[in-house]
Design a protein around this ligand. Structure first.
Ligand code: SAH
Ligand code: F3S
Length: 441
């Protein structure tokens, strides 16, 4: 009999990738189908994020809502995965006894076993261990035909930035082999995927082997571009410290590599960068941006910023604003610093008021929005080659695609056959978060 599964995903693209694989594994091994809603599910899975305190609290609110469904359907199982699960382990069940299974980012392939054990014995199941790369031996390699697909290439992180929980929750860096990755890319391409988004917390420290020898992200990108039908390649996230020359040069040789890079700077102050343990200073960062722009003059850069890191003075903040003005970042993500368990920054004295932090965040976000809108306006009147992703969610009479610089473009069309194709769109309007255009004849 088919069973029904409902997955809710919080957090980053790695979690989105993991959730898709959780479904593939449970479908293949246990005959699960996706439920239309939570009420008809036999298994509810929450893939969690613990990057900031608020993200973590969302987990227990969600479990509270699901408990009401379980009160009506006692056979329902609830499984909690991802970074909060990894960080808290059995404490999740202590705080929320309604939970049946706790698994981590590296043990998602064990879900069929954990689910069966729980059903048979009714004993709570917890496995948040870090068996290196084991999950990839269990993930079915099967394209789904979506125009753009994530592919994980490196798991975990060794950087231990002083504010970040990821090295503890996702474990240490481990790269897949290039052969294994290309195998997944080929399966996706055969089913119709045109854009590959290579994923990792720190992709430019990728060290996967190729024909038995240690290789690099640059080599992986070149080999990915050679696979038939792959027309675009993206990667996230790259750490400025390990952005090597061969990766800069690859922008010259591989036109499939998009003209957008997410290169989180976090702060514009060398003093704060040192306290964050980021391993670069602003001179180095700007030097890298300039080197990349020499090879790709139209490159768009986005970043993450942490505002109100312990001890951040107004001068430090102004340094961040200076870097923003110098690089002219496009769409970026900015967050107020949130102390995380077992990180060194959480022990640093933090004497900036919440109001001050919020004010700095507002100033930064309005400048980024202004730059981003300006960047969009420059595209009005141009022709942009766009990969078409599907119908616009807001307006089903429009199709949606992305430019090579990562801008969303909506245009009127009901021709669903365009999905998955690269099409020229004449841009005629810039809105704050997207462009509008028309199909070019
Ligand atoms: N590997 C990436 C970052 C992954 S975490 C890198 O090297 O930059 C994603 C983003 O969350 C970070 O870039 C950072 O801006 C933000 N972040 C991480 N820990 C945080 C914390 N404790 N408080 C606020 N923001 C945080
Ligand atoms: Fe976190 Fe720094 Fe790694 S931000 S994911 S510890 S590079």
């Amino acid at each position: 009999m088919t069973k029904k599964l409902f997955i809710k995903t919080h957090g980053c693209q790695m979690n989105e990738y993991d959730s898709a694989k959780i479904f593939d594994i449970l479908k293949e091994k246990e005959n699960f189908e996706l439920a239309k809603n939570e009420d008809e599910a036999d298994l509810l899975i929450l893939n969690t994020c613990s990057i900031r305190e608020k993200a973590q609290e969302k987990v227990f609110h969600q479990i509270g809502r699901w408990r009401k469904i379980k009160d009506k359907n006692p056979d329902l199982k609830i499984a909690i995965g991802g970074c909060v699960a990894s960080q808290e382990g059995k404490n999740i069940i202590k705080r929320a006894p309604t939970v049946d299974i706790v698994f981590g980012p590296q043990t998602l392939h064990k879900l069929p076993e954990l689910y069966n054990e729980k059903s048979k014995t009714n004993l709570d199941q917890i496995d948040v261990s870090f068996p290196k790369l084991e999950k990839f031996n269990h993930i079915p390699v099967n394209g789904t035909g979506e125009p753009s697909a994530f592919v994980s290439i490196i798991e975990g992180c060794n950087k231990y930035c002083s504010f970040c929980v990821v090295p503890k929750t996702r474990g240490h860096e481990v790269s897949r082999t290039i052969e294994d990755i290309l195998n997944e890319v080929s399966a996706l391409a055969e089913k119709g995927t045109r854009e590959i988004h290579l994923l990792g917390q720190n992709v430019n420290n990728f060290k996967g082997t190729y024909k038995g020898e240690k290789s690099s992200l640059a080599k992986l990108i070149e080999l990915t571009a050679k696979i038939d039908n792959i027309e675009r390649i993206r990667y996230t996230t790259s750490h400025p410290h390990e952005f090597k020359d061969d990766l800069v040069e690859v922008y010259d040789r591989v036109p499939e590599l998009v003209s957008h890079v997410h290169l989180p700077v976090q702060s514009g102050s060398d003093r704060i960068l040192k306290l964050m343990r980021r391993r670069y200073n602003i001179d180095k960062y700007l030097g890298l941006v300039n080197r990349i722009r020499e090879v790709r003059p139209d490159m768009s850069f986005s970043s993450d910023f942490i505002i109100g890191f312990p001890g951040e003075t107004n001068d430090d903040f102004l340094d961040t604003m200076n870097v923003i003005n110098e690089v002219r970042f496009d769409e970026s993500f900015s967050f107020i610093y949130s102390p995380r368990p077992n990180t060194t920054a959480s022990e640093m004295e933090d004497n900036i008021s919440k109001e001050e932090k919020k004010e700095r965040l507002n100033i930064l976000q309005s400048r980024i929005n202004q730059l981003s809108f300006g960047y969009s306006r420059k595209k009005v009147g141009t022709n942009q080659s766009c990969l078409i992703y599907g119908r616009s969610k807001r307006d089903p009479g429009q199709l949606q695609g992305r430019t090579i610089c990562n801008r969303i473009v909506n245009f009127p069309s009901n021709d669903i056959d365009l999905v998955g194709q690269l099409i020229n769109i004449q841009i005629n309007e810039a809105l704050p978060n997207c462009l509008r255009g028309n199909l070019q004849n």
